[in-house]
Design a protein around this ligand. Structure first.
Ligand code: SF4
Length: 415
């Protein structure tokens, strides 16, 4: 009997380089946390990292750590430890997995990086509630635990058009962080340094956007699943030269693929958009599942969330306020729908998969009729899958597979 040949998922060669700069980042953080003269700040993933970096802080992102807990499938067993101290299984499973891991004194960092024994102890924690309230609760818990200050920006939610009033209030809150941060860092704030860091962040953002935009080519040179791995530097190293250098390398590789007509998924037949969080513990399975169906999930709101095109070094506070408020997650459904329609057109999308992440309502946009409204307007079919970013008890692999296969069959019928 002849074996059925499975379509090939093409590997990205720059991955080795990315792994190296991520390793350097974690070792640097670890040694900063152990030193007497360097300061570590914990920051939410779309928090004011540029301010912190410009003030000499080594910046650590708990959400990145939680995604590692998810991807290594450690999260599900750790969540109950946070539940036991009062954090509900219904709330953010980044928060519960991360607090659970801390209580159990384990971290995937020790497995990945020899010599790192634990989290880099913070001197301060800084959040922005632009994504959700959970980051504030999460950081507040750790601030209490380490007996260090916590501070942040309280943002507007459900924003339609971002107005001057929004920008003014957020910029004011960001400026108000400077004085208490100077007390922690022991150094004076330097506007020129903020401008330098912000320029690098903008450059990183522009390159990251160009990387993601290569997926508009047919066939697409990259998948959403690749994007979730390669976004690491855009999240944790924005504002540094390393991130800029890395995305130049990755972009060159993807442009080569486009030139040579090489798709990330062999024989790409369908092009999908992913709306919502990744299911970290199933990235590989999902990537293989779609590849076997000759389907490329090639673009997502999630990976696009680290594009900050409004950053402008000539007007740092106002432009940061605008960029961190223009984010998809902060916006009204109307603004979100406008954005998704643009993406569907740009990436030539055949269908959308909405991930209803049980513990993150903020990133689950299927709950108030959006899939139905967009399908009616565009004629592009939608599928909703139940799951979670980290808590694997919230998903049924069989059900997900059956639903995805049926969705692709539906696309086949209408193609
Ligand atoms: S946006 Fe969702 S996943 Fe991210 S921290 Fe908030 S609740 Fe958790």
């Amino acid at each position: 009997m002849s074996e059925v040949k499975k379509p090939i998922r093409k590997k990205i060669m720059a991955t080795k380089e990315m792994r190296q700069i991520m390793a350097d980042y974690f070792y640097e953080l670890d040694s900063a946390a152990k030193s007497n003269d360097k300061k570590v700040a914990w920051c939410s993933s779309v928090g004011p990292a540029e301010i912190l970096r410009s003030m000499g802080f080594y910046v650590y992102f708990p959400e990145n750590h939680s995604a590692m807990l998810g991807a290594t499938r450690m999260a599900t067993d750790l969540i109950p430890y946070a539940n036991a101290i009062g954090y509900s299984p219904e709330i953010c499973s980044y928060l519960t997995a991360d607090i659970g891991a801390y209580l159990k004194k384990i971290t995937p960092l020790s497995k990945a990086y020899e010599g790192i024994e634990g989290l880099p102890k913070p001197d301060v924690l800084v959040f922005n509630t632009n994504q959700c309230r959970d980051v504030q609760d999460w950081f507040g818990w750790f601030a209490n635990e380490f007996d260090v200050p916590v501070m942040g920006v309280q943002t507007h939610r459900g924003v339609g058009d971002v107005t001057g009033a929004h920008v003014k209030s957020i910029a004011g809150q960001m400026e108000a962080l400077i004085e208490p941060l100077e007390k922690v860092s022991g150094a004076k704030f330097d506007m020129n340094e903020l401008k330098r860091v912000l320029s690098l962040s903008r450059e990183c953002s522009d390159l990251w956007k160009r990387v993601l935009d290569t997926a508009a080519a047919t066939p697409s040179p990259l998948t959403f699943f690749d994007g979730t791995i390669h976004m690491g530097p855009a999240v944790v190293l924005r504002g540094t030269q390393q991130a800029v250098d890395y995305y130049k390398v990755l972009l060159a590789e993807l442009k080569d693929r486009v030139k040579n007509n090489e798709g990330a998924v062999e024989d790409e037949r369908f092009r999908l958009y992913w709306e919502g969080m990744p299911i970290w513990g199933r990235l590989r399975d999902h990537s293989e599942l779609f590849t076997n169906l000759k389907t490329c999930v090639l673009a997502s709101t999630y990976c696009n969330s680290w594009i900050f095109s409004a950053f402008d070094a000539s007007d740092p506070f106002n432009s940061m306020a605008r960029a961190y408020t223009e984010l998809f997650i902060v916006r009204s459904d109307k603004a979100k729908e406008r954005y998704i329609k643009e993406m569907m057109k740009f990436f030539k999308i055949d269908g959308i998969v909405y991930h209803d992440a049980k513990t993150c309502p903020n990133n689950s946009n299927n709950r108030y009729g959006m899939p139905q409204r967009l399908e009616e307007e565009t004629g592009i079919p939608a599928l909703v899958i139940d799951g979670d970013l980290n808590d694997l008890r919230c998903l049924s692999d069989e059900q997900t597979k059956t639903n995805i296969e049926a969705f692709i069959e539906q696309l086949e019928e209408t193609k």
